[in-house]
Ligand binder design. Structure first.
Ligand SMILES: [Zn+2]
Ligand SMILES: [Zn+2]
Length: 469
């Protein structure tokens, strides 16, 4: 075995020197290239390759790695000491221990490349080196296992997230479809109702004319009969003929009034229907009114209970059981415990206000920080341009252009409170931990400073006049 491999190594290392050897180079070049690069990175060499290289670099005499390798003219390698010992005492020609080729003198050459390769293989295959490699291997394995475990976990989480996204989107899709189905139904009902009315009115008009037509035809027949009698009598006139019966009185013909008939249907139907829809839209804007019984004594309420403004004087009230006594707050009369509700509030150019929802149970006698924890879900303006969500601590909001009207959406079942710029229905903020139990629309015009006139908070009823269904 060693003989074959040693020959291969010798052939390879001397390629290019003669034509014969370059042929050998061609046959073995890929092999040696692999081995050279292998040696350059001995630590990374697979052990099978290292083992075979070690065999190639083993002396056929001592069966160990070459020590001071030398090469004979037959290109076989041996340790310098081994071949010297082998030839010791031999006079005259000597032979190669491997191929038995005869040489006239004891000649060999030191092969520095093989020497260097042997040293590298010796180091790479030493116990210490193998132990170090094994340690590196086991550490690398451990690292790869941990990394794989981490990435497996990421993949699992990603897949879970994708499932959640798909599930949530599917739910939302159903909800959107439901909302539009309801809108389509409203329109469908309106259309059916209007077409039915048109059909009835057409029927009435047709019947009117039909009655007139029948009466006229009957009259014609009677008149023809009478004409005949009168003509017969004309030949032998002895007495005035007895006419069968008095002519049927045909009521005076009334023209079909195209204008009156059409005008109801040539109206701005889309707008009229849209106005009517406010009764059916759920939730449509709730027409709230302020609850005077809850108003802080320095809040003035308009007669129609839709405007609240802070005033300098304290208003004298007799009942204080429902009233805010510390903070300049007020609630609406309406309260909600289930379903979805929406209302709009005009805040105008006021520099400071709080708008939102309060639990029915809030302590109205105490000065309390407004936050969901204390039963308030609010949007607030400070200094004329700082918008905050009333979380604890407050959350600063970037709202773009300052809203003049705020839309508040309370979903009791989902426990959500959302705020919108009511002019373009831009979402400003959503609380997802909304009230449990009964809650009421909440407002605070706040205390104005001396430099600014108090600005009112106005409850909007929209459309201003709703059409009856
Ligand atoms: Zn040897
Ligand atoms: Zn030989």
């Amino acid at each position: 075995m060693n003989v074959r491999q040693n020959t291969r190594l010798s052939a390879v290392l001397f390629t290019g020197q003669t034509e014969r050897r370059s042929l050998l180079w061609v046959s073995f070049s890929s092999d040696i290239l692999e081995k050279k690069s292998t040696m350059a990175a001995a630590a990374a060499v697979p052990s099978s390759v290292r083992g075979s290289l070690r065999e190639d670099l083993t002396c056929a005499i001592c069966c160990d790695l070459f020590r001071d390798p030398v090469m004979l003219s037959c290109m076989h390698h041996f340790c310098k000491s081994c071949i010297s010992r082998y030839w010791r005492g031999t006079q005259g020609p000597v032979t190669c221990p491997q191929c038995r080729k005869e040489f006239t003198s004891k000649q060999f050459h030191t092969n520095y490349i093989v020497t260097a390769m042997v040293e590298k293989v010796r180091v790479a295959t030493s116990d210490a080196s193998i132990k170090k490699l094994e340690k590196q291997l086991s550490e690398a394995l451990e690292r790869h296992h941990l990394r794989k475990e981490y990435i497996d976990n990421c993949i699992h989480k990603d897949k879970e997230k994708m499932d959640i996204i798909k599930r949530v989107a599917a739910d939302l899709r159903d909800r959107v479809k439901g909302e539009f189905r309801a809108l389509h139904q409203i329109l469908q009902d309106e259309e059916t109702c209007m077409l039915e009315q048109l059909r009835r009115e057409q029927e009435e008009e047709l019947q009117k004319v039909q009655r007139h037509l029948e009466a006229s035809e009957l009259s014609v027949r009677e008149l023809e009969n009478n004409i005949r009698l009168l003509q017969q009598a004309n030949g032998s006139l002895t007495e005035f003929p007895q006419l069968s019966r008095p002519c049927v009185q045909v009521e005076t013909d009334t023209d079909f009034d195209v204008n009156a008939f059409s005008s109801r249907y040539l109206a701005p139907l889309q707008y009229i229907t849209w106005r009517k829809m406010f009764h059916s839209v759920k939730p449509g804007p709730s027409p709230l009114v302020f609850d005077v019984e809850t108003a802080h004594p320095s809040i003035y309420i308009s007669r129609d209970k839709t405007v609240a403004v802070e005033c300098d004087d304290m208003i004298l009230h007799t009942s204080h059981s429902q009233r805010f006594l510390q903070c300049v707050n007020i609630l609406a009369v309406q309260s909600f415990q289930s379903g979805r509700h929406y209302w709009e509030v005009e805040v105008g150019h006021s520099l400071k206000w709080d708008v939102g929802v309060a639990s029915e149970a809030v302590d109205r006698r105490a000065r309390i920080k407004l936050s969901p924890e204390s039963g308030y879900w609010t949007l607030r303006l400070r200094k004329g341009n700082e918008y905050w969500a009333g979380t604890q601590p407050w959350t600063r909001l970037q709202v773009g252009s300052p809203p003049q009207r705020i839309g508040v959406y309370l979903d009791c079942d989902e426990r959500r409170v959302s705020f919108y710029d009511a002019d373009d229905m831009r979402l400003l903020y959503t609380f997802s931990n909304g009230p449990r139990g009964r809650a009421l629309p909440f407002f605070s015009p706040c205390i104005s400073d001396d430099r600014h006139r108090p600005q009112p908070i106005r409850l909007l009823h929209y459309p201003p006049v709703a059409l009856s269904a």
